[in-house]
Design a protein around this ligand. Structure first.
Ligand SMILES: [Zn+2]
Length: 188
C-alpha cells in the first residue's frame, strides 16, 4: 500500500486504483493512479475502497451580514457592549478576532433597561451580524441568540442554566443574562 498522504495539491497522486477508487474531489488518471482535483485532505473509506478529497480553504472568510457568529464579551456599558468575534458558525474559527458591537436596541423586541442585565465581561454570545464591515454590528434578538456560556461574576465558576435563570452552584446565587436556548450547561 502506498503512503497515506494528508494534504494533496491538484494533480497529485493519492493512491493507485487497486487501493481506493476516486469519488468526490479525486479522479482516475487513466494510468492506474488516483489524483486530486483540489488542494485538500484525502479521506479514505476503507470499507468501500473509495477515497475523496475534502477541499481546504486556507483563507477563512470575513464575517458578512446574516452570519451567525460566536463572540467573547470584552466590555459592557449601559447601552453598548464590545465583543471579539472569534468564530463564524459553519465556517470555523477566524485567524484574527474582529470587533463586534452590541447595542441595547439589538437585544430584544421588548424594552431593555440596561445591558448589564443582558451580558457581562467574559460571556460568550451567539449572535448574528447586521453589516458587512468592521466594526460588525451584532444582534441577539430571538431565542437562539444570546449568552451561551457565562461565568459567575464573583467566583468565575461556569453558571448553570436552571429553568430560565443562570445559577452559580458555588455561590448559590442567580445572575441575570439574556440566555440563548443553546446555552451549553443546564441543571437537571
Ligand atoms: Zn459563584
Amino acid at each position: 500500500m502506498s503512503r497515506r498522504v494528508e494534504i494533496v495539491t491538484p494533480g497529485e497522486e493519492i493512491c493507485v486504483i487497486e487501493e481506493f477508487l476516486p469519488v468526490d474531489g479525486a479522479y482516475d488518471d487513466g494510468k492506474g493512479k488516483v489524483r486530486s482535483i483540489y488542494v485538500g485532505a484525502p479521506e479514505y473509506d476503507i470499507g468501500n475502497h473509495v477515497v475523496k478529497v475534502r477541499k481546504i480553504t486556507n483563507r477563512p472568510r470575513l464575517p458578512l451580514a446574516n452570519d451567525i457568529v460566536f463572540a467573547l464579551v470584552t466590555d459592557v456599558k449601559d447601552t453598548v457592549s464590545t465583543c471579539k468575534i472569534f468564530e463564524i458558525e459553519n465556517y470555523g474559527r477566524l485567524s484574527v478576532p474582529f470587533t463586534g458591537i452590541l447595542h441595547i436596541t439589538q437585544v430584544s423586541t421588548m424594552y431593555v433597561k440596561s445591558l448589564y442585565d443582558v451580558v457581562r465581561n467574559g460571556d460568550i454570545i451567539r449572535a448574528w451580524v447586521l453589516n458587512n464591515n468592521t466594526p460588525y454590528l451584532l444582534s441577539i434578538k430571538g431565542r437562539e441568540y444570546g449568552v451561551i456560556r457565562a461565568l459567575c461574576s464573583q467566583c468565575l465558576t461556569p453558571l448553570l442554566l436552571k429553568g430560565f435563570t443562570l445559577y452559580c452552584p458555588r455561590c448559590k446565587k442567580e445572575e441575570k443574562r439574556k440566555v440563548s436556548f443553546k446555552y451549553y450547561i443546564r441543571m437537571r
